[in-house]
Design a protein around this ligand. Structure first.
Ligand SMILES: Cc1ncc(COP(=O)(O)O)c(C=O)c1O
Length: 452
């Protein structure tokens, strides 16, 4: 039978998240206090996050139970389907077998609710009343707004101004869920006002929006901050994707030779790949893993692996990651969720260890891949996810050239129903490629903090 989708029953949904820290050959470097430069203790993070999340951040336990209440909400859309892309394979005339895990089936349209629900849950049980966050493309903001609505938490979202103006319907969705959305940089925070004083026309960046959200969160005892990527606990919550995928690949009687995911801060990539990487690190099963980023924001392929701030105003801890420098403002590519100067420390560490590979892809190639995907598979990918589609197509064409029937699995992290302006621009021929030159990289990196 030519099966197209592999569905797990609800009662087969994973009950535990997988923690890759348990299987690393060397531990990732600790986060440092921005003032003292010393490793952070749990108390340092307490103004920002509930203690359960702080403990997950530093945990080395392999397996962490998903609370019942979180599992119950996950069941609204999980387990998500695994598809075999038979029509795309045919269009590419490739001997490769292509599978994709589709996270666009969540209410918000991407993988982001996997962690939004968990973060809202832990905040709720520890007494938080209000969550503040940032959003780029709006996928994370919609997800936290949705989670806030379910747990009765107020949600305030600093949305990068360029996206706020480009994507009014994403903003409207967050407001439907009951969140308050502010264009960033704003006049509501000291760091927003400082940036506007210097650059009145600033279109914002994720680094600036994070600074505003953190500044607001630390001002009130009933308020905490939530981050949609980068941190270890976020990667952890996303591993439900890869654990399902392992069971679904088994249903298909197959195992990936190559796994592909796009990387902004690294969470959807980590979610799909870490459970497979765990098997690789334990010496059970080998697999090639490819992280795909935009050429306009080449954190993994051109950034430096060093300590840096997570935000522009330097309010966050210092984390060791691949970075382009916290002052870096990426060009206006449409994959808003990939325009971040840094990368999750765990993903950065795995690249440094040589466990994973990274490639950078230009915007036009990603949209043309997205169009080919939509015209064969029918699903319209988010511009971020198009990066994974593009790298998968490259791999499938390599298999064709080499006459190899490899199995490729990629994460289709979200749908692009709120991104149609980007597709219209692409089809009208007005989108451009952006190369980030080595000189620009060197300039942005000159401002890195010095850590002893
Ligand atoms: C659909 C989608 N994919 C990928 C990303 C990138 O984030 P991450 O690297 O954390 O998965 C985003 C971020 O907003 C997104 O919305």
């Amino acid at each position: 039978m030519n099966t197209i989708k592999y569905l797990l029953d609800e009662d087969k949904m994973p009950t535990h998240w997988y923690n890759v820290a348990a299987d690393l050959p060397t531990p990732a470097a600790p986060a440092l206090h921005p003032g003292t430069g010393q490793p952070l203790g749990p108390a340092d993070l307490a103004p920002l996050f509930p203690m359960a999340l702080i403990m997950q951040e530093v945990s080395t336990e392999r397996s962490i139970e998903i609370p019942d209440e979180v599992q119950q909400i996950y069941r609204q859309w999980r387990p998500s389907p695994l598809f075999r892309a038979r029509r795309l394979e045919k269009a590419l005339d490739t001997p490769a077998k292509i599978y994709y895990k589709y996270e666009g089936v969540s209410p918000a349209g991407s993988h982001k609710p996997n962690t939004a629900i968990a973060q809202a849950y832990y905040n709720k049980i520890e007494g938080t009343k209000r969550l503040v966050t940032e959003t780029g493309a709006g996928q994370w903001g919609s997800s936290l707004a949705f989670a806030g609505a379910l747990f009765g938490l107020e949600v305030e979202i600093y949305m990068v101004k360029v996206s706020y103006n480009q994507k009014p319907y994403r903003r409207a969705l967050m407001e439907v869920y009951g969140a308050r959305v502010v264009a960033s940089p704003s006049t509501e925070t000291a760091c927003g006002r400082a940036i506007l004083a210097e650059h009145p026309d600033s279109t914002g960046s994720l680094g600036i929006a994070i600074s505003e959200a953190v500044e607001m969160a630390v001002q009130r005892d009933d308020t905490k901050y939530a981050l949609g990527s980068v941190l270890n606990h976020v990667m952890l919550h996303q591993t439900v994707i890869g654990e399902e995928a392992i069971a679904q690949m088994e249903m298909a009687g197959d195992y990936p030779d190559v796994i592909v995911g796009c990387t902004g801060g690294g969470s959807n990539f980590a979610g799909l790949t870490f459970p497979f990487i765990g098997a690789k690190l334990r010496g059970e099963r080998d697999v090639r893993v490819i992280a795909v980023e935009p050429a306009a924001c080449p954190t993994l392929t051109k950034g430096k692996f060093t300590y840096d701030f997570g935000d522009t105003a330097h309010l966050t801890p210092l984390v060791k990651m691949h970075t382009l420098g916290s002052t870096f403002v990426p060009s206006g590519i449409h994959a808003g969720g990939l325009r971040y100067h840094g990368m999750g420390p765990l993903v950065s560490h795995l690249l440094d260890l040589g466990t994973i590979d990274a490639v950078a892809v230009q915007q036009l190639e990603t949209f043309s891949a997205g169009l080919q995907f939509a015209r064969t598979e029918g699903i319209l990918p988010a511009p971020e996810s198009n990066h994974a589609v593009a790298a998968t197509i490259r791999e499938a064409l390599r298999c064709k050239e080499e006459g190899k029937s490899e199995t490729i699995l990629f994460n289709l992290s979200g749908h692009g129903h709120f991104d149609l302006q980007a597709y219209m621009d692409f089809q009208a021929g007005t989108l451009k490629d952006f190369e980030y030159s080595d000189e620009e990289v060197a300039m942005a990196l000159a401002g890195l903090p010095s850590v002893g």
